[in-house]
Design a protein around this ligand. Structure first.
Ligand code: AMP
Length: 305
């Protein structure tokens, strides 16, 4: 597994892979890897002959009062976690390599990036879309792997791929959770034992909304209220938003249906946590939810292939 730092080196690597007609998977990450990231690597490994994992804490997607400075970084540990997967390369550029002095062009994502995370974190998706476009241009993968954990991000990138006619397939992978339901996140490392318990209310709120949906509740406000009640009962949590949205656009749905997405974000202490759930009939597992979602929303992907 090579460690690539320089842009010309990653370009050369990608050129060689394509020359040989091999498929190339890219898993973009900000490091501090956990089983959620590794599930993406595993899927890429099973689908592609070559795999690159990028590790880059992208400064342009952090707001001035966010946690860029304290975001966990441990390249040695990350490389150790990736070793068993026998991937081809880790691409870990410096901020100055990705954004040299004079850098002055950004991607401006549209409506899908305006609500929810976009409303709370101005400029966040502009930074995300910009760095993802740069990574896709540098690595030129056949497939890029993203987690459902950052659902809105995945929809922003889907739109980016479609709108800029990028020749890449986006693969969306299910959320990996701790045994008690907490969605895995690099930011979970910030949580105290007490906060860790409080954080469970996010997945509980989503489950509560789904239970109500499965009992026939399809009114948007009623489902959102279910989630709000669960969060309100947990004094350590401050709700940022609870929403049910249309999958592709993240707009509020006229009618909530199976395939609509419940999304929640809350702060515990100074840590922000996100979670979401694609609503489905009782007993549907996460892979099936996502498969169903991909089937229903495959139009963007098909038009690009
Ligand atoms: P990050 O390092 O937070 O930028 O995440 C890199 C990729 O891993 C993104 O596509 C995330 O959606 C994905 N990811 C993060 N946490 C999880 C999780 N618990 N399950 C599945 N994918 C995840």
């Amino acid at each position: 597994m090579g460690l690539i730092r320089a842009l010309d080196e990653v370009r050369r690597f990608s050129h060689e892979v394509r020359e040989q007609g091999r498929s190339l998977g890219l898993v973009p990450t900000m490091g501090a890897l956990h089983e959620g990231h590794l599930s993406l690597v595993r899927r890429a490994r099973s689908e592609c002959t070559s795999v690159v994992v990028s590790i880059f804490v992208n400064p342009t997607q952090f707001g001035p009062r966010e946690d860029l400075g304290r975001y966990p970084r441990n390249l040695e540990r990350d490389l150790g976690l990736l070793t068993p997967f026998k991937i081809d390369a880790v691409f870990a550029p410096d901020a100055g390599t990705m954004y040299p002095s004079g850098f002055d062009t950004f991607v401006d994502p549209g409506a899908v990036a305006q609500s929810l995370e976009g409303a709370l974190r101005p400029g966040h998706f502009r930074g995300v879309a910009t760095v993802v476009l740069k990574l896709l241009n540098l690595v030129r993968p056949t497939t890029a792997y993203f987690g459902q954990k950052d659902f809105q991000q995945a929809m922003v990138i889907r739109r980016l791929i479609e709108d800029f006619n990028l020749d890449v397939r986006l693969a969306l992978c299910p959320i990996v959770r701790e045994p008690d339901g907490l969605a895995m996140s690099s930011r979970n490392a910030y949580l105290s034992a007490e906060e860790r318990v409080a954080a469970l209310a996010l997945s509980r709120a989503l489950q509560r909304a789904e239970t109500a949906f499965c009992h026939g509740e399809t009114r948007l406000e009623a489902l959102v209220d279910e989630m709000k009640r669960v969060i309100a009962a947990e004094p350590h949590l401050q709700l940022d938003y609870a929403a049910v949205a249309e999958a592709q656009t993240l707009a509020p749905p006229a009618v909530v249906i199976a395939g609509s997405v419940a999304l929640i974000a809350a702060r515990v202490g100074s840590t922000r946590l996100l979670d979401n759930l694609i609503l489905a009939p009782p007993g549907t597992n996460d892979e099936d939810r996502l498969r169903e979602f991909e089937t229903r929303n495959s139009k963007l992907e098909i038009r690009n292939s």
